[in-house]
Design a protein around this ligand. Structure first.
Ligand code: ADP
Ligand code: MG
Length: 302
């Protein structure tokens, strides 16, 4: 097959591994800088150009679109879809998962375990919002934050109030969420490929840190997950319409709760922690499912 990898940086571990895995399985791979792709949006013959040339046909495209280029990146991916190229994850599903609020709304409709969360616009409603999610301590999140930046733990009600007021004053949208203390600064990353959780790891935040993000100093280790966690991860992936994703779960007293679903999950942490060939699994999944024109919208429908 001819496979395109859409990324900002071909030297990143994940891009390199996907390229290696595809080539070793006999595919022709082209790595494209997503920001250098431009589009001709013409009736009947949509095309993509790259550094002065028109791109030829591809059988599949692997999007690795970073949070900072979501808008342009999903537009380029959509153009591939318009041309009938099979996307590993669809542009609509990526857009859904990039918005924490939209994701939680879709997951809640399916009855998937979630931390109690609230969203409001007016400072007048903050007191009730805090009450709604069970009071302090609570977590406040910027809607489009990533890598742990923009996630704040407010220990007291007055701290929560002033942080929420400041964010709203800056016209930033924030999500207010019940703090799952018993998770102990750890979460479980379930790596989903198709209908399977192919690997899982536990990420533990650095000493004194409630955020488990590797970028914030967290460390990863192998973990075995329960049947309920597995089922939760697969249902979350399905609801978002993502074929390949990282579902982040907190172990709450009442069972697994989904924190977020990542549409471009990194391969380095999970391959190192588990010793598995996840890139190979991704390519095998493409071989099994890719079909020209198979670009219809999956999942949540919103
Ligand atoms: P980001 O997209 O920036 O990674 P997350 O929503 O994943 O934002 O939050 C970052 C980290 O903060 C999580 O990995 C988790 O360890 C911790 N965290 C987030 N929400 C909660 C919560 N409601 N209760 C406990 N810990 C949380
Ligand atoms: Mg996260």
């Amino acid at each position: 097959m001819k496979i395109a990898i859409l990324t900002r940086n071909k030297n990143l571990y994940s891009s390199r591994r996907l390229m290696e895995a595809a080539e070793s399985r006999g595919h022709e791979v082209r790595v494209l800088d997503v920001l250098r792709c431009y589009m001709n949006i013409t009736s009947d013959r949509p095309s993509i150009h790259y550094k002065g040339e028109e791109l030829g046909e591809f059988d599949a495209v692997i999007p690795r679109i970073g949070a900072s280029v979501t808008f342009y990146g999903t537009a380029v991916l959509r153009q591939f879809e318009m041309m009938g190229v099979y996307p590993l994850n669809e542009s609509v599903a990526i857009s859904r998962s990039r918005d924490k609020l939209r994701s939680l709304q879709l997951l809640s409709r399916k009855g998937i375990g979630l931390p109690v969360s609230g969203f409001a616009n007016r400072p007048d409603d903050i007191n009730d919002l805090i009450k709604m999610v069970g009071g302090a301590p609570l977590v406040i999140k910027l809607l489009q934050g990533t890598q742990g930046i923009g996630v704040v733990l407010a220990e007291t009600k007055s701290a929560a109030k002033s942080v929420i007021e400041s964010f709203l004053g800056l016209k930033a949208s924030v999500l207010v969420q019940q703090f799952i203390k018993e998770a102990g600064g750890a979460d479980i990353r379930c790596f989903v490929v198709g209908e399977k959780v192919v690997a899982a790891m536990k990420r533990q935040g650095a000493e004194g840190e409630f955020r488990s993000n590797i970028h914030r100093g967290g460390s990863a280790s192998l973990v075995s997950i329960t049947a309920e966690e597995r089922k939760t991860a697969l249902r979350a992936a399905n609801t978002m319409g993502l074929n390949v994703c990282g579902v982040d779960i907190l172990r709450a007293e009442r069972g697994p709760v989904v924190m977020e679903v990542n549409s471009s999950p990194g391969l380095e942490g999970i391959e190192t922690a588990t010793g598995k060939d996840i890139a190979g699994d991704v390519i095998k999944f493409i071989e099994k499912t890719a079909k020209k024109g198979k670009t219809g919208t999956k999942g949540g429908g919103k």
